[in-house]
Design a protein around this ligand. Structure first.
Ligand code: C5P
Length: 244
């Protein structure tokens, strides 16, 4: 690819779901021209969190700490401050932690970034995990609502608490934006181009559909990371996104 479309690049969040530092570094170096933000989840973070963060900082890359914080407000505020000091431009917290916790996190993250002269971070809320079904919500958690209605309720609470957006499936993006406003960011995982395997994603969407439903960021995982030719897979996704 000759030129990288900046409008596409800033929407691409690559999930670094690997176990070793070497694998992560190799992937970063191979794909960095095509990725807006690298996502470090709990798998890599608990293995090599500090090293991979240092590496991305040396490379001048943006990263998202997908650590899904949830604790009492004071603890989450301190952890949020530390995440910003480490240089993350995105991180997430559980909306289930309630309004006081979310407000404390946002306040702490944004004021830390301001004091350090860093770009304003994007704080995202995790609503209902996709592993939680309507049955689990009702029988185990005793929440009398469908998962998709509850996602919307939690997204509203996230918005009221000052969060920048939420993590949600493509199929919820449009409703969330209608209720929380077009500026409220939606980051969508479960992205699968037509040609890639669905793996364990039950409600996958193509990049093209995700964009047309209003997704601001697309989490690209195994469609690229498990492809035989990662660069080629990424270029095909760019092509699809450019064809909207
Ligand atoms: O490889 P795949 O594209 O399925 O990767 C999806 C990424 O998005 C993983 O890092 C996974 O943890 C994350 N994710 C998800 N579904 C959610 C929230 C996050 O698949 N509801």
């Amino acid at each position: 690819m000759q030129t990288i479309d900046k409008n596409i690049k800033e929407k691409i969040v690559l999930a670094l779901d690997v176990d070793t530092l070497e694998e992560a570094k190799e992937m970063i170096l191979e794909l960095k021209d095509y990725v807006g933000v690298f996502k470090v989840g709990l798998q890599l973070y608990t293995q090599n969190g500090n090293e991979i963060i240092d590496f991305m900082k040396e490379q001048g890359l943006e990263f998202f700490l997908d650590v899904k914080l949830m604790d009492i407000p004071n603890t989450v505020a301190k952890a949020s401050e530390n995440i910003i000091k480490r240089g993350a431009s995105f991180y997430n917290i559980h909306t289930f932690g309630g309004k006081a916790m979310m407000e404390a996190s946002v306040q702490s993250a944004k004021s830390t970034a301001k004091d350090l002269g860093y770009k304003e971070p994007i704080v995202l809320g995790v609503t209902v995990l996709t592993s939680i079904s309507d049955e689990v919500l009702a029988a185990e958690l005793e929440i009398p609502s469908t998962a998709s209605d509850y996602v919307l309720k939690l997204a509203k609470l996230a918005k009221e608490s000052g969060l920048d957006g939420v993590v949600a499936s493509t199929f919820e993006a449009r409703r969330i934006k209608e209720v929380c406003g077009q500026d409220f960011k939606v980051l969508c995982p479960g992205i699968r181009p037509e040609w890639s395997l669905k793996n364990d994603q039950k409600r996958a969407a193509t990049p093209k559909v995700a964009l047309s439903e209003g997704a601001d960021f697309l989490v690209i995982g195994r469609a690229v990371t498990a492809a035989e030719n990662r660069l080629d897979a990424m270029q095909k996704i760019y092509k699809e996104m450019g064809e909207i």
